[in-house]
Ligand binder design. Structure first.
Ligand SMILES: Nc1ncnc2c1ncn2[C@@H]1O[C@H](COP(=O)(O)OP(=O)(O)O)[C@@H](O)[C@H]1O
Ligand SMILES: [Mg+2]
Length: 167
């Protein structure tokens, strides 16, 4: 794993961060988006969706748990999952979440910790911490095979990161 530490300022840069992430995603990936309410998990997903060619509107799926978005890249579908309202990991069975993983699908999960370890290990982790009204400290962890591509995707969007790893 390679870790990228950076700061974003404002919604636009959060979208750029998400787009850079979306650029290196492949079908079958699971993305773990971590951070408190308002940290920017959904805002990051908007950027991810943009890079995957999603045209439907990305909104917080808090009340429905899972939103399906059709993609227009080699990825066919983006599943945007928010487990905030899951009180017991046992509820996940009823959501049918486990049946939705396949090689053409990217799954992005907010509040994945509420799944109690029932989901597979993520391919990419994004941790967001609010350090000011519009400033967010971001740590992205990504497999070493795409670290270079991700660094370039960030650079094309004017985002600079401190890179460390592989561990
Ligand atoms: N640098 C930033 N990164 C992410 N969101 C930001 C940033 N600056 C401001 N915001 C705002 O913070 C809010 C984040 O909300 P949201 O993405 O729904 O958070 P979460 O899904 O983590 O609860 C949005 O209103 C967004 O526009
Ligand atoms: Mg959210």
């Amino acid at each position: 794993m390679t870790s990228f530490c950076l700061t974003t300022n404002g919604t636009e840069q959060a979208h750029e961060l998400g787009s850079a992430i979306g650029e290196v995603l492949r079908g079958g990936d699971l993305v773990d988006l971590r951070g408190d309410l308002g940290a920017g998990k959904t805002t990051t997903t908007v950027g991810i969706a943009k890079s995957l060619g999603v045209t439907s509107t990305v909104r917080s799926p808090t009340f429905t748990f899972i939103h399906h978005h059709r993609c227009t890249t080699q990825v066919q579908e983006l599943l945007h999952v928010d487990l905030y309202r899951v009180d017991h990991a046992a509820e996940l069975e009823g959501l049918g979440l486990f049946d939705l993983f396949d090689d053409d699908t990217v799954v992005v999960v907010e509040w994945m910790e509420r799944a109690g370890g029932q989901l597979p290990a993520p391919n990419l982790t994004v941790e967001l911490v609010a350090t000011g009204e519009t400033a967010r400290a971001v740590v992205v962890q990504i497999g070493d095979d795409r670290a270079e591509a991700f660094l370039q995707a960030l650079g094309r969007r004017g985002l600079q990161a401190d890179v460390s790893g592989p561990a």
